[in-house]
Design a protein around this ligand. Structure first.
Ligand SMILES: Cc1cc2nc3c(=O)[nH]c(=O)nc-3n(C[C@H](O)[C@H](O)[C@H](O)COP(=O)(O)OP(=O)(O)OC[C@H]3O[C@@H](n4cnc5c(N)ncnc54)[C@H](O)[C@@H]3O)c2cc1C
Length: 387
């Protein structure tokens, strides 16, 4: 299946194909046999990430000089897609982790790179991202958690909500208010999660992505040294947006993987399931759904690979990442519902993976900027800010 459809026409390098193949193989071997149970029991498979690291996946975007593989964004997108084709929860764990690796590379100083990247690339430490708070998500510039200057560093206080990887993270990129109201008063920090005063307040139960850990973190007088400041004081909102732009390529790839998984399952089921004496795939009502799914999968891949290719070429990619995320997530949600319909009653049961894809697809339209926020970003690139 790897080189089916648009993949065959896309000009992938040998290394990119190899990484995609490796991720697909690991997903089949290490995730597929366990995923139904992990999903049912809401298991965060911590040991899996050490195995993924053996294949270089946890340090995929980290240069070799810092202990990673030094692969490009296209390879990374292919790996996320292959993981999500089996389990979207695993894919988002790796995606958020890689988003922070990438943010440290782009925004961190040499000491921060040396401090964090080797252990992040080694899979011993998982990274998290803490921007959202109980009272603000899309309007992130309204965040309230504070960082107050004290002797030698800052004291962090406040609540961060729905932190992916939060309970397991060794380092969190957290945004806190160091100045006045609005975006300019926000600074970004690389917070060691072992710091006294950080507690996991709640692990959130969710509709889907049950293998992904989502939790609320409380920061009560958490001391971080001056060296934890990522970028300049007051630049934290921009740093978060830079990180999220790259992260959206990962979520777009995750949605594309869900779509690919839905197509894999739907094709197999439509050939096998018989009704009225024929395989159901012989009915146009079923086969046309599969045709639409395949077309949207190709389109999602093209958009994801384009955004990733621009990131690799160090060209602007923010709008393209938003377009890829908006398209791929809409298509994943829509086609997961169609795939379930193709499976009939079986699709609604936990005997088939489709009900999980159906539950998992929805989140791709919400996190790392909702679909409405992606449309605002795209529209503003055309219209400017009119008010
Ligand atoms: C499973 C999960 C994992 C997450 N992981 C992380 C994480 O690791 N780190 C982190 O910081 N956050 C994380 N989040 C938070 C996520 O990014 C936010 O939920 C998301 O950005 C939306 O914010 P909100 O939920 O506060 O919705 P709100 O901002 O309150 O929006 C509610 C609705 O209003 C719409 N809306 C808001 N503003 C506008 C507007 N201007 N125009 C049109 N419509 C608008 C939104 O699109 C949405 O439909 C996670 C969330 C979940 C559920």
């Amino acid at each position: 299946m790897l080189d089916s459809g648009v993949r065959a026409q896309f000009d992938l390098t040998e290394e990119q194909r190899q990484i995609a193949g490796l991720a697909a193989e690991i997903a089949q071997r290490e995730i597929a046999p366990h995923i139904a149970q992990w999903d049912r029991e809401h298991t965060f498979p911590r040991a899996l990430y050490t195995k993924l690291d053996g294949a270089g996946i946890m340090g995929i975007l980290v240069p070799e000089a810092y202990g990673g593989v030094g692969a490009d964004y296209v390879s990374y997108s292919l790996a996320i897609e292959e993981l999500a084709r089996i389990d979207a929860g695993t894919a988002v764990t790796v995606s958020v982790h890689s988003m922070i690796c990438s943010a440290i590379l782009r925004l961190g100083n040499e000491a921060q790179k040396r401090q964090w990247l080797p252990e992040l690339a080694g899979g011993d430490t998982i990274a998290g991202f803490a921007l959202t708070e109980p009272d603000c998500g899309s309007d992130a510039a309204a965040l309230r958690a504070s960082a107050k200057r004290v002797d030698g560093g800052f004291l962090l206080n406040g609540r961060k909500q729905w932190c992916t990887n939060g309970s397991y993270a060794g380092v969190t990129m957290g945004m806190f208010r160091t100045g006045g109201a609005g975006a300019k008063g926000v600074s970004a920090f690389l917070v060691d999660n072992a710091s006294p005063g950080i507690t996991v307040e709640k692990v959130t139960e969710k509709l889907g992505i049950h293998t992904s850990n989502t939790c609320d973190l409380a920061f009560d007088d958490v001391f971080v040294p001056e060296s934890a400041l990522l970028g300049n004081e007051g630049d934290g909102f921009g740093s978060a947006m830079t990180a999220l732009a790259g992260g959206r390529i990962g979520i777009a790839a995750q949605a594309t993987g869900i779509l690919a998984g839905c197509l894999d399952q739907s094709v197999a089921f439509a050939k096998y399931r018989v009704a009225f004496g024929r395989a159901i795939g012989a009915f146009e009502g079923v086969s046309f759904k599969i045709a639409q799914m395949a077309m949207d999968l190709d389109a999602a891949r093209l958009l994801v690979y384009r955004a990733a290719g621009l990131a690799d070429a160090e060209k602007p990619f923010v709008i393209e990442a938003s377009k890829a995320k908006l398209f791929a997530s809409t298509a994943a949600r829509k086609h997961a519902a169609e795939a379930l319909q193709i499976h009939g009653g079986y699709g609604y049961t936990t005997e088939f993976a489709i009900e999980r894809f159906y539950r998992d697809a929805k989140i791709t339209e919400i996190y790392e900027g909702t679909s409405e926020i992606q449309q605002i970003i795209i529209a503003r690139s055309l219209l400017g800010k009119l008010d």
